[in-house]
Design a protein around this ligand. Structure first.
Ligand code: PEP
Length: 249
């Protein structure tokens, strides 16, 4: 039984005051939810304050990125140790905006995943193809390659702490979504790749989310597909009503 995980990626939105206001609304609206794992990923500046707000609730805290070293001369970076220290549980890594704007590659994402797992944090590893890659018929090859590289060297027992998010880049923030059957097909392919790398047991238990313009009106259709175990939500996670409707799909 895979419990759906719905995570809100707030990206570079929300001051601390705005973050507190949103999370207060969410706490109230989502208090009755017990069949989903709910995660919010505010910007670094709001993490600690939001952590305090979330104490004793059913909403967990995630960060949007990290570096792979514990400490050192890495100006501007934040370490898994620091995130653990302020109550973060999940960390999104390999988001296409990080891969695209900041040149992050699978080798770096793999190092981050391992560093997070060592600290007892749970990576949400994003994979997905661009429009050009899709149109060139490269979706399957690319996504498989990302999964192989991002999970390289990760032990079978660690997989229970990993979530994969399939996010076709052309669907992020564009209002375009993959059809639910297409999203399910690629996610089943990712599951199959995990089976090749590990075993049917790990493949059947790992949670794989879909991300890309998930909204209240398409959430049910997407999130009831057989292989889709929740969503990574960008734009629609910035408002309490829309995020609540998605969580309660
Ligand atoms: C995202 O940021 O991961 C995302 C899926 O964004 P949106 O829901 O806005 O497409």
């Amino acid at each position: 039984m895979r419990i759906p995980i719905i995570a809100g990626n707030w990206k570079m939105y929300k001051t601390v005051d705005e973050a507190v206001a949103l999370v207060r609304e969410l706490k109230e609206k989502l208090a009755d939810v017990n069949n989903r794992e709910i995660v919010v990923c505010p910007p670094f500046t709001a993490l600690h304050t939001v952590y305090k707000e979330l104490s004793g609730t059913n909403i967990k805290l995630g960060a949007q990125n990290c570096y792979f070293e514990d400490e050192g001369a890495f100006t501007g970076e934040v370490s898994p140790l620091m995130l653990k220290n302020i109550g973060v549980e999940y960390v999104v890594i390999g988001h296409s905006e990080r891969r695209g704007y900041f040149n992050e590659n699978d080798d770096l994402i793999n190092k981050k995943a391992k560093a997070l797992l060592l600290k007892g944090l749970k990576p949400i590893i994003c994979v997905g193809e661009s429009l050009e890659q899709r149109e060139a018929g490269e979706t399957e090859t690319l996504v498989r390659k990302q999964v192989f590289r991002d999970l390289d060297g990760i032990e079978p027992y660690q997989l229970k702490n990993i979530v994969i998010a399939y996010e076709p880049i052309w669907a992020i923030g564009t209002g375009k979504t993959a059809t639910s059957t297409e999203a399910n097909r690629v996610i089943a392919l990712i599951r199959n790749t995990v089976k090749e790398m590990y075993s049917p047991l790990e493949a059947n238990s790992i949670r794989i989310q879909y991300g890309g313009s998930v909204k209240p009106d398409n959430a049910h259709e997407i999130l009831t597909q057989s292989d889709i175990d929740g969503a990574l939500v960008g734009g629609a996670s910035l408002k309490a009503d829309s995020f609540t409707a998605i969580v309660k799909f």
